[in-house]
Design a protein. Structure first.
Length: 175
């Protein structure tokens, strides 16, 4: 039953939704809502900073969704380290930056900072981003190097970890 669910398209959708709620849903949704004042925000339509916060949150959600879709469509996996894509995903936003999911979560949380004006939430984001950076460098990147070898190494040389490139990376190119 579990292996059938894992290999089916419906199973991939269920797994992707589960991990979306469990990971970015926790860090960018539940924790800021529960502990950092997001639930208490009263949107002021006349406050440009609130509009900027809403725009950042919406952009982050859309970009995160695009990344999760690409992981499922191209890689047959999810955003979870225990259920990763089976192929190296270098399409969509991954053609511009190696970690667009983390940057999408960053946009969401920083949008929440703009809505709440909370320096505590800003500190939470800084700690989260520092931990994410350590996780990427100590766990994800070594694992990807081990799994994908020269293909991943070339990708790392051409595409930045956090700073997007303007021209899209083309897999197999010699940039």
């Amino acid at each position: 039953m579990v292996s059938r669910l894992r290999s089916s398209g419906v199973g991939l959708v269920v797994r992707s939704l589960f991990w979306t709620l469990a990971l970015p849903g926790l860090f960018a949704g539940y924790l800021p809502w529960r502990y950092f004042g997001v639930r208490s925000v009263a949107i002021d339509p006349g406050a440009p900073v609130h509009w900027a916060g809403i725009a950042a949150i919406l952009a982050g959600v859309v970009l995160l969704g695009a990344c999760i879709w690409e992981f499922a469509r191209t890689g047959g996996g999810t955003l979870s380290p225990v259920d990763p894509p089976r192929v190296l995903v270098v399409k969509g936003l991954y053609r511009h930056v190696r970690n667009p999911m983390y940057l999408s979560v960053t946009m969401i949380v920083l949008g929440e900072v703009l809505l709440t004006g909370s320096t505590t939430l800003l500190g939470y984001w800084a700690i989260w981003f520092g931990a994410a950076n350590l996780f990427v460098m100590a766990y994800e990147e070594p694992g990807l190097r081990s799994r994908f070898g020269a293909e991943y190494e070339h990708y790392c040389q051409a595409v930045g970890r956090w700073v997007p490139r303007f021209s899209p990376y083309e897999a197999g190119s010699r940039e």
